[in-house]
Design a protein around this ligand. Structure first.
Ligand code: G4P
Length: 637
């Protein structure tokens, strides 16, 4: 089969920019008080050009060259003057009065906002930490509600069936809560059995990541995969080492593992005093304070009681057992000697991770974490687009779709498109342009989530996530905007790990099969590859999680009436060939891999394991560069 060029063209996916350079801002020498991160962020970023011409991206690994067109010259940042001249030229700018907002007003709203996604391996405590953050953020008064409601929802059979079979989790998109000074959006990254490409895509909408590590286990496979995506986006990474109340690896060993394996510098903001049964509290380095936790009977459902004493207070030597006191003294000294300074610029570039220890279950260290996160996290960042950098305070509304979720409400078979707002002000009912089709769309019935409740949202600003109920209007990666045309670049395809031929055993269902496949691929449910053998036309589905296949199979049957068959292929790694078909030809016969082509006809090599990739690279240098990520070819303008 061949997919129409229209639908190919339609699938513009997104990554975010993050190519930004900021003034170095050493905050380690400011007596523990970090400067407001918004001050650093408000500086105009400069465009950082990559040598391969992908100026809009901050991919660490180079990506494959698009086939369809050469790259445009590097864009200039779109400053205010450029905005106004573009705007006055714009023939699309019908709703200017309603859609533009003053820069100062926007700046105020933006400076309040912080968003983040938690990356972790199942069971590290993501649900628990989320709940405790809501507790300390004042959004709930007693922890237990999120888990209890999740269980209650599972008890309603419709949802359970759908969630189980289709990987739909209403909790898995964005939770919003407010503290006195901030509005915080937590973008949930689906994990467990519903781990899939959506998990990666969610990171395209985040400005910060919290890496949650189980203190007893250290780095685990899912965390590693998600870390790579954060690294590719240069996301600031805040590390929370959880479960210190359980037997834990040595704190120094944990930092060492992160530094060595991820080549990521660390700066411990707090330091544990003991672990397991002897976990007593934390030393808070910026203020040289000891925070001693007092266990209570609430089992973590209420905020923890904390006794704060300055380091050097004589009573500490009587409270903390001698061996732990001595160990702490030595480790503090060591940290002071070897620690990297806490530079805001490095944090924001994703080069230095502030590290926190604690126990989410017991609320130990959660408050310190939240307070520090709000100090050091970056506020909504500019996004690179075809016309230049779109600053969050660019007065026109812009945003992109990073996730589609079908049938959130089973009664209405609705589809919700989750949009990351990049600039301007979103307003309920506003009319926007959809860049892919050029059509105007009314954004009615927008929603946001608070805990599990959906609320209608009236307005939104850069950094916010909004759910739009527009069935079949949006595809993953779509740009929507008011004012001049803006197109954000695509979300990369990530190396799939599971591959299966998909067959339609019933030729009379050919049309439904094609329709279902095209629509579901358009939604980004799975990736698709094709054999280079023209006799083999069955699509090869490619996914990062098994559930993606099951969802697709289920939806082909329930929505399109086609019972498809899947035939698994024994590969687990995909690599795009940067040099394209000429490199394949030059390399000649390739061993231990299969050559296929992606949706855009570009060569992809499938391997059984990572070792085979290294072997090929070692034995056949003619193949050139192989990359684990690929962007869709750029849009024609
Ligand atoms: P996840 O979303 O990352 O999968 O993890 P989740 O929060 O569900 O936590 C996984 C298990 O780890 C849970 O235990 C949870 O209570 C426990 N946990 C989370 N944080 C801590 C911590 O700081 N200390 C200790 N000791 N345990 C922690 P469970 O028995 O699977 O579930 P539950 O019965 O406690 O809900």
């Amino acid at each position: 089969m061949s997919l129409s060029s229209k639908s190919l063209h339609g699938l513009q996916l997104h990554s975010s920019s993050s190519c930004r350079q900021r003034r170095s801002n050493c905050i380690s020498c400011s007596s523990g008080e970090a400067p407001n991160s918004s001050a650093a962020v408000s500086e105009k970023p400069t465009i950082h050009l990559a040598t391969n011409g992908h100026s809009l991206l901050s991919l660490r690994d180079p990506i494959v060259e698009p086939l369809s067109r050469d790259f445009d010259p590097p864009p200039e940042p779109l400053d205010a003057a450029a905005h106004s001249s573009r705007l006055s030229d714009s023939s699309l700018h019908e709703d200017k009065e309603a859609s533009s907002s003053s820069t100062e007003f926007l700046a105020k709203e933006i400076s309040k906002r912080r968003n983040f996604a938690i990356i972790s391996h199942p069971d590290a405590g993501k649900t628990t930490l989320t709940e405790k953050l809501l507790l300390y953020g004042g959004a709930i008064h007693e922890a237990g509600a999120v888990k209890a409601r999740r269980a209650a929802r599972h008890a309603t059979s419709d949802w359970m069936e759908l969630e189980k079979q289709r990987g739909i989790s209403i909790t898995s998109t964005a939770l919003v809560f407010e503290t006195d000074d901030h509005q915080i959006t937590l973008l949930d990254t689906p994990g467990h059995q519903d781990f899939g490409e959506d998990t990666y895509r969610t990171l395209a909408a985040a400005d910060n990541a919290v890496m949650l590590v189980d203190a007893g286990k250290g780095l685990e496979p899912q965390t590693r995969k998600l870390f790579e995506v954060c690294r590719m986006r240069k996301l600031p990474i805040f590390t929370f080492i959880n479960k210190m109340d359980r037997p834990a690896l040595e704190a120094l060993e944990l930092l060492d593992e992160i530094e060595k394996e991820f080549e990521l510098s660390t700066h411990a903001i707090n330091w544990p005093i003991g672990s397991g049964d002897r976990f007593m509290g934390l030393y808070y380095r910026p203020k040289n304070e000891v925070h001693l936790f007092e266990k209570d009977q609430s089992h973590g459902s209420k905020e923890a009681s904390v006794q704060v004493l300055p380091w050097g207070d004589p009573s500490l030597q009587t409270i903390i057992p001698e061996d732990l006191y001595q160990q702490l003294e030595e480790e503090i000294e060591l940290l002071e000697a070897v620690s990297q300074p806490l530079e805001l610029e490095k944090i924001h570039q994703g080069e230095l991770s502030p590290v926190f220890f604690g126990s989410a279950m017991n609320n130990f260290g959660v408050k310190l974490f939240l307070e520090s996160f709000l100090k050091y996290a970056q506020q909504p960042i500019p996004h690179a687009a075809d016309v230049g950098l779109i600053e969050p305070d660019y007065p026109e509304f812009t945003g992109f779709v990073f996730k589609l979720q079908a049938n959130m409400d089973p009664k209405h078979r609705d589809k919700v498109a989750f949009v990351r707002v990049c600039s301007g002000q979103f307003m309920k009912g506003m009319k926007v342009q959809l860049a892919r089709t050029g059509r105007q769309v009314s954004l009615t019935r927008p929603q946001k989530m608070f805990a599990q409740d959906r609320m209608t949202v009236e307005t939104g600003f850069a950094g916010d996530v909004i759910g739009l109920n527009n069935p079949n209007t949006f595809a993953i990666g779509d740009t929507i905007y008011t004012g001049s045309r803006v197109v954000f670049p695509g979300i990369p395809s990530f190396s799939p790990e599971l591959f299966s031929y998909m067959r339609n055993p019933n030729p009379s269902k050919y049309k439904q099969f094609q329709k279902g496949l095209t629509e579901l691929l358009g939604e980004g449910a799975v990736q698709v590859l094709y054999s280079v053998d023209s006799g083999r036309t069955d699509p090869i589905l490619a996914a990062v999680g098994q559930l993606q296949f099951e969802v697709l199979q289920y939806r082909m049957s329930s929505e399109y009436g086609v019972e498809v068959q899947l035939e698994p292929l024994g590969y687990s790694v995909a690599r795009w060939v940067t040099g394209g078909w000429p490199a394949i030809q030059k390399a000649g016969k390739l061993y231990n891999c299969a050559t296929v082509k992606d949706w855009w006809g570009r060569p992809v090599l499938l391997f059984r394991n990572g070792w085979s990739v290294s072997q090929l690279m070692a034995e056949n240098s003619e193949i050139g560069e192989l990359t684990p990520y690929a962007l869709p070819p750029s849009e024609e303008h």
